[in-house]
Design a protein around this ligand. Structure first.
Ligand SMILES: NC(=O)c1ccc[n+]([C@@H]2O[C@H](COP(=O)([O-])OP(=O)(O)OC[C@H]3O[C@@H](n4cnc5c(N)ncnc54)[C@H](O)[C@@H]3O)[C@@H](O)[C@H]2O)c1
Ligand SMILES: O=C(O)CC[C@@H](O)C(=O)O
Length: 414
């Protein structure tokens, strides 16, 4: 049998657009998989440019800066998948993407160790008063004093959000002799000697250092406000390397200004600059006892390299094979290889009778189905059908599938 050609998506026609300085390892992965149209930008694009570019892209890679709103996604007529080359996916309207038939992938683990290492280092720096001492030395002031400077050993670290990062922070902190308590909305296996706190307020009242590791959700938005900061121990420290929307900055400024908190380390901000260079504004600027970093918790070469490979592999697998395993917004289907068959992907609104209409299309062509895989979410269904169709049949079948009312995306692989 002659080798089957791809009918609707030859790889050389697939345009991959990577924004925000995604690691070169992603470009290498796409190239190694046979993709040739790969464009990588070091920055995020302004919204008007993004709308223009997303209309042409088949695969889009972003980090935390690019906002994929419903309005932007409405322009994404050709887009088959989005890769968030990071953990957070709050920058994407996941429901709108799903309803447009676009699976979104991320890298849930690859930068977690980098964040955990930074946070533990920040806890040590804050407890020693190093941010002020560093600032004073830069101004030529010698302040050799132990006042306000403490070992972390024996002190209490309170972790809010005991997930992939929070648990690693706890393990590393215990290795330094800290007592670890945590608060999470889910029941979590406590690692080492960590203990769940009786609740958020209890954690805030007990911890010498509080560190935030929650995702951005409606419940975590502005979760640390003046009331919660007021519950923290006088002289305690706050670390936020989660999302800028979790802490009310004006409230933190007030708590620091009043001397209620001894210091803070903040890596994420409610508004972050679009690109590197001047333009970072924050009321926290100018506090010697505050460590400010430009959202670099996960920015190590090791993490970025791994993320590039991991997310590119997920996008390539979906593009080549249709697997949506680990998509964050989409019915998950883990698919075998499909040598010897053509593979049709049909993404549709999850309404009664859809599967029978899909099967009727194949029935009309008197084609036997080699394999069928279906998963649904409340609003969206994803069915994959393997059939031994020739190229002309495949093109006709794809058109007929695309014409079924309620179809969101219809593709044929090879
Ligand atoms: N600064 C950075 O560069 C950087 C890097 C990576 C991740 N992050 C941020 O860190 C967040 C956490 O990452 P992760 O890998 O640990 O995620 P994760 O999903 O493994 O853990 C998050 C934990 O928070 C808990 N949680 C959710 N809502 C909560 C609430 N209201 N109160 C208490 N707990 C709650 C969840 O149950 C979960 O256990 C990410 O969502 C991302 O926004 C930042
Ligand atoms: O790389 C980024 O832009 C985001 C890093 C981090 O916040 C994440 O969500 O993984």
């Amino acid at each position: 049998m002659p080798p089957k050609k791809k009918t609707s998506f030859p790889k050389q026609d697939i345009r991959v657009l990577l924004l925000e300085g995604i690691s070169a390892s992603a470009v290498e992965a796409f190239r190694a998989a046979g993709y040739t149209q790969i464009e990588a930008h070091p920055k995020a694009l302004p919204e008007d440019k993004l709308k223009e570019r997303i209309a042409q892209a088949h695969i889009l890679g972003i980090r935390s800066r690019t906002q994929l709103t419903a309005e932007v996604l409405a322009e994404a007529r050709r887009l088959i998948a989005v890769g968030c080359f990071c953990i957070g996916t709050n920058q994407v309207d996941l429901d709108a993407a799903e309803l447009a038939g676009i699976p979104v992938f991320n890298a849930p683990y690859s930068n977690t160790r980098s964040v955990a290492e930074l946070v533990v280092a920040q806890a040590v720096m804050l407890m020693r008063g190093i941010p002020e001492k560093n600032a004073k030395c830069h101004r030529g002031i010698w302040d050799k004093s132990a006042a306000g400077s403490h070992e972390v050993r024996g002190k209490t670290l309170g972790i809010i959000g005991y997930g992939h990062i929070g648990t690693q922070v706890g393990v590393l902190a215990e290795a330094l002799g800290m007592r670890v308590i945590f608060h999470d909305i889910q029941t979590k296996l406590a690692l080492g000697n960590a203990q769940p706190a009786a609740g958020l307020d209890d954690l805030l009242a007990c911890a010498d250092v509080v560190t935030l590791h929650v995702p951005e959700t409606p419940a975590t938005q502005w979760m640390i406000d003046s009331e919660k900061l007021g519950l923290m121990k006088p002289g305690a420290h706050l670390i936020n390397a989660s999302r800028g929307s979790v802490v009310v900055i004006d409230a933190l400024v007030a708590a620091l200004g009043a001397g209620h908190l001894a210091g803070a380390a903040v890596d994420v901000f409610p508004v972050e600059p679009e690109a590197n260079g001047p333009g970072f504004e924050s009321r926290l600027r100018g506090f010697d006892n505050v460590l400010l970093t430009p959202h670099v918790g996960g920015s190590t070469l090791e993490a970025q390299d791994n993320i590039g490979t991991e997310v590119a592999a997920k996008l390539i697998r979906y593009s080549d094979n249709g697997s949506t395993l680990s998509a964050v917004n989409f019915p998950e289907v883990a698919l075998p290889e499909h040598a010897g068959s053509r593979r049709f992907l049909h993404i549709h609104r999850n309404v009664p009778g859809m599967l029978s209409q899909v099967n009727e299309v194949f029935g009309r062509h008197a084609l036997n189905i080699d394999g069928q895989f279906l998963r649904t979410h409340p609003k969206v269904g994803y069915v994959v059908i393997d059939v031994a169709a020739d190229e002309a049949q495949a093109a006709a079948l794809r058109e007929e599938l695309a014409a079924i009312p309620g179809t969101l995306r219809a593709r044929v692989l090879y």
